[in-house]
Ligand binder design. Sequence first.
Ligand code: DLL
Length: 437
Amino acid sequence: MTRYWNPEIECMPVEKLHALQGERLVAAVERVYANVPFYAARMKAAGLLPGDIRGIDDLPKLPFTLKSDLRDHYPFGTFAVPMSQVVRLHASSGTTGKSTVVGYTANDIAMWSECIARSLTNVGVTKDDVIHVAYGYGLFTGGLGLHYGAERLGAAVVPISGGNTARQIQLLVDFAPTVLACTPSYALHLAGELEAYGVTKKDLKLRIGIFGAEPWSEGMREQIEEKLGLSAYDIYGLSEIVGPGVSMDCERKHGMHVMADHFVPEIVDPHTGAPLPSGRKGEIVFSCVTKEALPLLRYRTGDLTVLHTAPCACGRTSPRMEKVTGRSDDMLIIRGVNVFPSQIESVLLTFGEVEPHYLIHVDRVDNLDQMEVHVEMTPAFFADRLEHLEETERRLAAGLHSTLGIWARVRLVEPRTLPRSEGKAKRVVDNRKIFAK
Ligand code: DLL
């Protein structure tokens, strides 16, 4: 029997859903026009007044919002409410030193929690479950997002956060959680470590996995299911929209249901921005039609996927997105953390010992992502200060850690030894091969 958290919305006839989206969009456009000078200026520049948006079919008239717009109005310049109404801030990576800051009102948090409660119900989680949340708690939206939604559902949450594999395994045995929420690569890593602690999957009570925050393939799904003895489901989201719970698999595993009454999806050509029809692969764009603090409209996610609008066998009528298979930009996701090569470059440029010639190597060792940055020394440093090599590598690694929030190994290489490119510089060698070509 299929369970729904909010059947009236989740199984709403498509025409009714479009009408609801349209009504909410009209109100959202009026709100941002009145309260966010950035949006008012953008709309004026496009020759638009709020009255020009009368329903959901008018959505493509609106200009796009980009990650760089959030950076240009850092930290709170795109908020639509005063700080007195904001109850939570989160942040994710920007393309350079400044992060992308997102705010939530109390209603926004309630809406997000409902999206997570729906997501969990989609895959059969109930209030009788115990949920081990190993997503990071903090500025990252994974931990707290899942946490509040699981509480809303009435399940028991183990807020263990990320890291410390020994303790994770101990609590997986002692607290006997039935649901595991973490990145898919960490789930595989945990599975690989069980044996070292004398634990087998039979010692665990896990039955459901809520995995996301990074791309993963159907092959990984099968491996995780086999190794942990659970059913693995994909959850998608991004901080700018709300965090996890923008879309989520159902038990059919036929694509992730978008919470389209809150986040209206479109697929556009990543090069031209032209809208693409259902079934075509392109960049997914979201408009937040109910959010109060940060109601981004036509936000370009950079994520490449396909949207399907045919109703699902589960009875839900919302559009479904396929697994995200790539990015339209150069963003990397390392252990669930978003990393832009430009962030790495901006750190390297603050060190006089190195040239801005670098190559980022990414690999997956024991199912954990590893990043190594090769950077050329200046000829002067190479000639005079070779004895300081290791210490400089450590300082560079610490500099990267303080900007990115994750550790990378840094290797100083001799001047003029990294490949030069005549066109666009190649900055990344990614050997993880998540989606076999
Ligand atoms: O990763 C939110 C999240 C937390 C989602 C926990 C799911 C579970 P950000 O740090 O802002 O937010 O990163 C968002 O991560 O644009 C995608 O590129 C990628 N991403 C998120 N979920 C998936 C997924 C969180 N299921 C960026 N599959 C997004 C593939 C994903 N990529």
